[in-house]
Design a protein around this ligand. Structure first.
Ligand SMILES: N[C@@H](CCC(=O)N[C@@H](CS)C(=O)NCC(=O)O)C(=O)O
Length: 203
């Protein structure tokens, strides 16, 4: 049995949980709660960065971070499932994943401002810089939402989790200003039952 260190609020973990369902691998994992801030948490023995998701394989070796785990899951499922084999489609999916993961990182850094700094310690230029990344990413995606047919790829999964995280932590303010993404998001949610089954919570 593989072990997935997780937290219910993490959008990066959500990507993995969706892929596990899509690829029919659910029975092969044990989910283990992790406290990324606890030096005594066993997660630290597996991942020096102490981040979720971290996957411990049956041979005991750990994999991180989420794109690496997704590549492993795709491999387990036979390959070419959530990471297309054809080069153009493959690099489009990987680029979309990089864009959405980068925007997720900026969202996470904004949350860290609340968690780790007092209002007096905040630096507006830094906050604005992260907000700008998110805004430009969403605007770029709104101009040309990805296709959505067949098995979702890693880029589409990352986009759904990015928008879901905006709902969870930032009140879904993207919806009104990004109507094409809103329609894309609804279509993804309708096509992928694992999306509704993995709605984030604070845990
Ligand atoms: N690039 C990583 C990001 C993972 C990540 O930042 N996870 C957060 C939870 S949402 C975490 O574990 N944070 C703990 C920390 O940064 O110390 C991935 O894609 O897996």
């Amino acid at each position: 049995m593989m072990i997935l260190y997780w937290h219910p609020a993490s959008p990066y973990v959500r990507k993995i949980r969706i892929a596990v369902q899509l690829l029919g691998l659910a029975g092969r994992f044990e989910m283990r709660d992790a406290d990324v801030n606890d030096p005594g948490d066993p997660l630290r023995q597996q991942n020096p960065l102490s981040k979720v998701p971290t996957l411990v394989r049956e041979n005991g070796s750990a994999l991180y971070d989420s794109p690496v785990i997704l590549e492993y899951l795709d491999h387990l499922a036979g390959g070419g499932c959530i990471i297309p084999r054809e080069p153009e489609a493959r690099f489009a999916a990987l680029r979309l994943q990089a864009l959405c993961d980068g925007a997720l990182d900026a969202n996470y850094l904004l949350m860290c401002e609340d968690w780790y700094r007092t209002p007096e310690q905040r630096v507006a230029r830094w906050v604005d810089k992260q907000a700008g990344k998110i805004e430009r990413a969403l605007d770029t995606l709104e101009a040309a939402p990805p296709d959505l047919s067949g098995m979702p790829n890693v880029g589409q999964i990352a986009l759904a989790c990015l928008l879901g995280y905006r709902d969870f932590r930032f009140d879904g303010t993207w919806r009104e200003t990004h109507p094409r993404l809103h329609a894309w998001y609804d279509a993804f949610a309708a096509a992928v039952p694992a999306f509704a089954a993995t709605i984030p919570s604070s845990g």
